[in-house]
Design a protein around this ligand. Structure first.
Ligand code: NDP
Length: 320
C-alpha cells in the first residue's frame, strides 16, 4: 500500500481550500467528499458575503468552482465517508467503506474539515413527521410548501435565512423563538422583520408536533417561556423547519486522542490548525476556533492555514 502525503476529510469550503493549497504545493492530496459533497453550502441559495462575488453566488455553484479549482492542480476526490482514523500507528490509517467492503489508506498527515450538521429539537411527534412536514433544510424542502403556512424554530441567522427564503413560497411564515432577544445578525433580523409574510412568536418553546389523519404535520403545540401558567396552545402549520444550531461531525475520531471541547468541536492550538496529535490538522466548522464565526469565508481561510501547517509539518519530518 502506498503512503499518501495528506488525506483531507470533508469537501466544504475549508476542505476544498486546503485541497487547493496542498495540490499547488504538489502534495497530491486526496479529499474524502462524504455523504453531502460540498457540505452545508450545498443547501444554501444566495451567498452574498463571499468576497469576490459582488452579485452573490449560489452555494452549490461556489462549491463546484472550488472543486474544479483544486482539481486543476491534481486533487483526487473519493466520494465516500471516512468511518474511522487510526493515529496510534504511523503512517496514520484512514478507514472507509465502499459497496465492495472496507478500505484503508496510509497517510503521513490528515486534515479534518468535516464541518457540522443541524440539530433537532427531538420534541414528541418530531421523528414521525420528518419528511412529512418537518425538515431542517428550508432550501431543500421549501418548494413543497407553496401557498401554505409554516413555522421556523430558532432565532439565529439560519432561522432568519430560512424564514426569508420560505416566504418566497409560503403564504405565512411564523418564526418561533424561545427568547425575545435574537442571536441573529442585525441585517438578517431586519430583513426578516421587513417581510410582510413573516409573523413573530417570540418567547415560546415547542411542546410537541401534531399530525392530521394522513400522518402529515397539522400544528405545533407551543408554551410560553415568559409566564408560569404552563398554558399551551396550537399553532396551525403544515411545515415545521428547525434551525437551532449544529453538531460537529467528530464521531469518526472518537477512538483517537484528538482533543475536543465540551461541545465536541476539535480544539486547535491557538492561532494554528494543529490538533493535539502531531500531523493531524483541523479547519472550518468542526473546530472550536470557527464556532464563533461559522462563515464560509472563515472556514475557507482556515483551510488555507491547515494546508500551510501541513506543508510545514511534512517539511519538518523530511517528507518534502
Ligand atoms: P445559532 O447557534 O446562532 O442560533 C441557534 C438559535 O436556535 C438560537 O436562537 C437559539 O436560542 C435557538 N435554539 C437552540 N436550541 C433550541 C431549542 N432547544 N429550542 C428552541 N430554540 C433553540 O445557530 P445558527 O445555525 O442560526 O447559526 C450558526 C452560525 O452560522 C452563526 O454564527 C451564524 O451567523 C452563521 N450563519 C450565517 C449565515 C449567513 O451569513 N448567511 C446563515 C446561517 C448561519 P437561544 O439564543 O435562546 O440559545
Amino acid at each position: 500500500m502506498t503512503t499518501e502525503n495528506v488525506v483531507i476529510i470533508g469537501s466544504g469550503p475549508s476542505g476544498l481550500t486546503a485541497a487547493l493549497y496542498c495540490s499547488r504545493a504538489l502534495l497530491n492530496p486526496i479529499v474524502f467528499c462524504g455523504p453531502l459533497k460540498g457540505g452545508q453550502l450545498m443547501n444554501t441559495t444566495d451567498v452574498e458575503n463571499f468576497p469576490g462575488y459582488p452579485d452573490g453566488v449560489q452555494g452549490p455553484e461556489l462549491i463546484n468552482q472550488l472543486e474544479f479549482q483544486a482539481g486543476k492542480f491534481g486533487t483526487r476526490y473519493i466520494d465516500e465517508n471516512v468511518s474511522s482514523i487510526d493515529t496510534n500507528v504511523y503512517p496514520y490509517l484512514v478507514n472507509y467503506n465502499t459497496i465492495e467492503g472496507s478500505e484503508t489508506i496510509k497517510t503521513r498527515s490528515i486534515i479534518i474539515a468535516t464541518g457540522s450538521t443541524p440539530l433537532w429539537l427531538n420534541a414528541p411527534g418530531e421523528q414521525e413527521l420528518k419528511n412529512n412536514g418537518i425538515s431542517s433544510c428550508a432550501v431543500c424542502d421549501g418548494a413543497f410548501f407553496k401557498g401554505k403556512t409554516v413555522c421556523v424554530i430558532g432565532g439565529g441567522d439560519s432561522a432568519m435565512e430560512d424564514a426569508t427564503f420560505l416566504s418566497r413560497y409560503c403564504e405565512k411564515v411564523y418564526i418561533v423563538t424561545r427568547r425575545k432577544e435574537l442571536r441573529a445578525s442585525k441585517i438578517m433580523e431586519e430583513r426578516a422583520r421587513a417581510d410582510p409574510k413573516i409573523v413573530w412568536k417570540s418567547g415560546f418553546t415547542v411542546v410537541k408536533w401534531n399530525s392530521d389523519e394522513n400522518k402529515k404535520l397539522k400544528s405545533v403545540t407551543l408554551k410560553s417561556t415568559t409566564d408560569e401558567s404552563n398554558l399551551t396552545w396550537d399553532l396551525l402549520c403544515e411545515g415545521g423547519f428547525i434551525a437551532i444550531g449544529h453538531k460537529p461531525e467528530t464521531d469518526f475520531i472518537k477512538s483517537t486522542k484528538i482533543k475536543l471541547d465540551s461541545e465536541g468541536y476539535i480544539d486547535t492550538e491557538i492561532n494554528t490548525t494543529l490538533t493535539s496529535i502531531s500531523g493531524v490538522f483541523a479547519c472550518g466548522d468542526v473546530t472550536s476556533s470557527n464556532k464563533r464565526y461559522k462563515q464560509a469565508v472563515t472556514a475557507s481561510g482556515q483551510g488555507c492555514q491547515a494546508a500551510l501547517d501541513c506543508e510545514k509539518y511534512l517539511e519538518s519530518i523530511n517528507q518534502l
